[in-house]
Design a protein around this ligand. Sequence first.
Ligand SMILES: Nc1ncnc2c1ncn2[C@@H]1O[C@H](COP(=O)(O)OP(=O)(O)O)[C@@H](O)[C@H]1O
Ligand SMILES: [Mg+2]
Length: 257
Amino acid sequence: MPELEIRDLHVQADDKQILKGVDLSVRSGEIHALMGPNGSGKSTLANAIMGHPSLEVTQGQILFNGQDVTEADTDERSRMGLFMAFQYPVAIPGVTITKYLRMVMNAHRSARGEDEISLKEFRRTVEAAMELTDVPRAFVSRYLNDGFSGGEKKRLEILQLALQKPSMAILDETDSGLDIDALNVVAHGVNTVAKGSDTGVLIITHYQRILHLVQPERVSILFEGRIVKEGGPELVTQLESEGYGWIRDEVAAGSAA
Ligand SMILES: Nc1ncnc2c1ncn2[C@@H]1O[C@H](COP(=O)(O)OP(=O)(O)O)[C@@H](O)[C@H]1O
Ligand SMILES: [Mg+2]
């Protein structure tokens, strides 16, 4: 059974219908890419999966591990093992990255009925995750409200991913301005976390670049609020050489499936 299953999802924001019947499943342990032109609803879908309060689900369901979470709040989904970068407020004055990571980790432990992590164990875990994500030591001593570059935000996101080892991660790669170093950090982190575990990853992107580095097993294409195409990595190659025009043509001709 798939870990994350989205059935006929209709979502609206400010009375505007953005998702118009999305069907999508992401299995445990797989890397699944969600692609689509700008404005197709990718970020809306990511936010709906996490239960963003400004979105209204008007029809359909989101199931996680067989449980209906359509009405669950974001915290609850997060405690169940769904991960999305920056699901917590990022600008907390006076809080360092290290302290923040420890707070998040303890919140998750507390939700599982576990004790707070010891300082020693925390240090060991963070150091392993820092090594994995190639995060310099000076970075984690900085304050959360420091203002981060796109590349630094990605490092933090992947550091969190490596620390939390969620059962499902939704990564919305909105930042097209990432340099190759940042892309490599994301790709290396995703590959390590996904390949060595049951963690499923839904990686959302308009661009193909990152998909050469993470190699998704399955690819779904979102177009005007619906999944119009599903396939394997060959879809990435096709989009790269032909762009999104043929998708538009197929949808117009009613032949996309
Ligand atoms: N809160 C909102 N209120 C109204 N329209 C929105 C809102 N959020 C997104 N949209 C619109 O929904 C469409 C899809 O947006 P988005 O999910 O960000 O697409 P993508 O991530 O694929 O570029 C766009 O036309 C966007 O303008
Ligand atoms: Mg987006």
